[in-house]
Design a protein around this ligand. Structure first.
Ligand code: UDP
Length: 267
């Protein structure tokens, strides 16, 4: 097993802009800046579990009426615009975000930055049984600088089971990852990390939805050309219509009103 990341001398820029948008306070950061920040947290000695959330349209819709999700967002160390519609809408309302910072891109880019000399210790939490192990195999093959220190797929309903929660906390404590990749779906992952942040011995937890599935090859990302057209959501919807069509229809109905209220200051 590789050694722990050396704390490195890197100035963490903690004076970047944040903007209030669609019920969240979003960090105005590019992907390259985000990578710098997360890598610096991952390299520094543990002091507390910071966590990162990545709002898409569905999150903004949930944030309108979910106080618990708002609280989870409030305490996050980084709030990054995951989807193109959120970035486009930020420009419409005159609070432009520079670019998308999708969690599913952030994770592999962090892994690219690791090297056997400066390994990144990663724990994969979530996805269906067996998927995390497949993702771990692919990661070990592709990124020799990444040390997968733990993989766990909690059973359905785990969040209501004290024993299961304690087990996850224990597994993380035993392995002390630099990065905890949390793929439990939204808003479960954000609420769970928020509720357990004081007990989690990971330097950074990334709430990143289906990222473990993507790393395992279980699900595929939209092709780059579709992403560049701002249509990744369409690819997702068509790849899982039974689960997502209803949700996206509700979001398409609700989001324009959220943008309108933001633009004209209506509460
Ligand atoms: N998932 C999980 N445990 C749960 C619920 C979901 O591990 O109790 C995983 C699921 O297997 C999948 C991911 O969470 O890997 C879902 O991520 P996605 O971003 O697609 O979900 P969404 O946030 O869109 O609902």
């Amino acid at each position: 097993m590789a050694t722990i990341l050396e704390p490195e001398v890197r100035t963490v820029c903690n004076d970047w802009l944040r903007v209030d948008l669609f019920g969240a306070t979003i960090d105005v950061l590019r992907m390259s800046e985000t990578l710098e920040i997360v890598l610096a947290w991952a390299a520094a000695p543990f002091d507390r579990c910071r966590y990162v959330v990545t709002p898409n349209v569905d999150h903004t819709v949930l944030l309108q009426h979910r106080q618990d999700l708002r609280a989870a967002y409030h305490d996050a160390s980084l709030v990054l615009a995951d989807g193109w519609p959120v970035v486009a809408a930020s420009r419409l309302v005159g609070k432009p975000l520079p670019e998308r910072v999708p969690g599913s891109d952030l994770v592999p880019l962090l892994m690219n930055a690791a090297s056997p000399e400066r390994p990144l210790r990663v724990f994969l939490l979530g996805a269906a049984p067996g998927v995390g192990e497949r993702a771990a195999r692919n990661i070990r093959r592709q990124w020799t600088g990444v040390d997968i220190v733990g993989v766990y797929s909690p059973p359905l309903g785990f969040e209501k089971d004290e024993g299961e929660n304690n087990k996850i906390i224990y597994l993380v404590e035993q392995t002390e990852p630099d990065v905890l990749v949390v793929g439990l779906g939204a808003p479960k992952q954000e609420l769970w990390v928020h509720a357990n942040r004081d007990r989690l011995k990971a330097k950074v937890a990334l709430c990143v939805g289906a990222t473990i599935d993507f790393l395992a090859g279980e699900k595929t990302r939209a092709p780059r050309w579709l992403q560049s057209m701002g249509l990744e959501w369409l690819h997702r919807m068509l790849s899982d219509p039974r689960r997502l069509v209803k949700r996206y229809a509700r979001d398409a109905w609700t989001f324009p009103g959220i943008v309108w209220r933001e633009k004209f200051g209506v509460r």
